[in-house]
Ligand binder design. Sequence first.
Ligand code: NAD
Length: 361
Amino acid sequence: MSYTVTLIPGDGIGPEVADAAARCIEATGVKITWETALAGQSALDTVGSLLPGQTLDSIRKNKVCLKGPITTPIGKGFRSVNVAIRLELDLYACLRPAKSFQGVRSLYKDIDLVVVRENSEDLYAGIEFEEGKPETAGLIRRIQQLSKKNIRPDAGLSIKPISKFASERIVRFAFEYALANKRAKVTAVTKANIMKFTDGLFLSVAREVAEKYEGRVAFEEALVDNMCMQLVQKPHNYDVLVLPNLYGDILSDLCAGLIGGLGIAPGANIGDNIAVFEAVHGSAPKYAGRNKVNPTAMISSGILMLRHLKEIKAANALETALASVLAEGTSVTYDLKPRRDDPSAVGTKEMADAVIAKIKR
Ligand code: NAD
């Protein structure tokens, strides 16, 4: 079978890691035609838009996309293009597996966690009111009337919507993922004791969904602050975690840290018909164009993509080849060496070449 897949090279280190991943995927023998599309700074410079309509159209048409990281300036300026892609295409489930590889130095061995993050609402919905604006003052007055709580007049506001609909579909996604991948337990992580009408709603919906899977997948609840401590102290006690958007973002970086850092951690944004695969890490601008950074996270995102396409043999072959290169520790990038200035470290491209050389077709 052959596929047409949208390829967004992205910004910063994006083009280098996206190229490494695309070459590794091709080397499995799966026939893919890449339809290159722009997003982010590169799109702004070339066609004058951060997220051109053609890029969204290409993803909608092909239904599968491999995406490099995109730069988002902090504070002022445009909102995240990544968030815009997820919202535009309703990619409501963010899947971030955190699995240890032998040979990657990390605090723990044999970690095998999966973070399922709700991707469409919560504080990421982008509903914000700037400090000092008349509409913000109006909203503050209205909230004070309704809640009888005081808000300082010089406050900015970010709105946290959490709905039954979105909570139900993400928790169901987590349970279905657990069933399909023979995972034993789903833990719903919230701050339901404090935010009763948002996190509390997410949790009560999670309990209802969990009942439908009773006897097949275990369910447990955790508070997000306690969960951070538990993951640092006893990460092996956990399996699939399902979380509202912001906690999911934070905990997936924590889980990436448990397996050796951002250079390793893959991700996928999945909707009912469309899926976009991307590393957890960002565009690391200071390393752009230096053929230096680790392509593992992007290659692993490609492995998730192959599994999504049901190309299981190819996915397994690529995973085995990648694991072998990591375990040998010879043809790996600087961050995987015992010392970061190790002169035997190879570049992004050369590490991908080493993986390709080990793929058994
Ligand atoms: P970052 O992940 O880009 O980089 C932080 C540090 O992590 C780097 O300086 C580097 O030391 C290390 N690192 C990241 N990727 C690596 C790799 N493949 N190999 C080795 N080391 C690696 O995070 P940041 O600096 O906070 O963000 C930079 C930009 O990326 C920002 O504009 C941010 O908004 C954006 N971003 C994009 C995405 C995305 O496109 N999905 C995700 C996160 C951040």
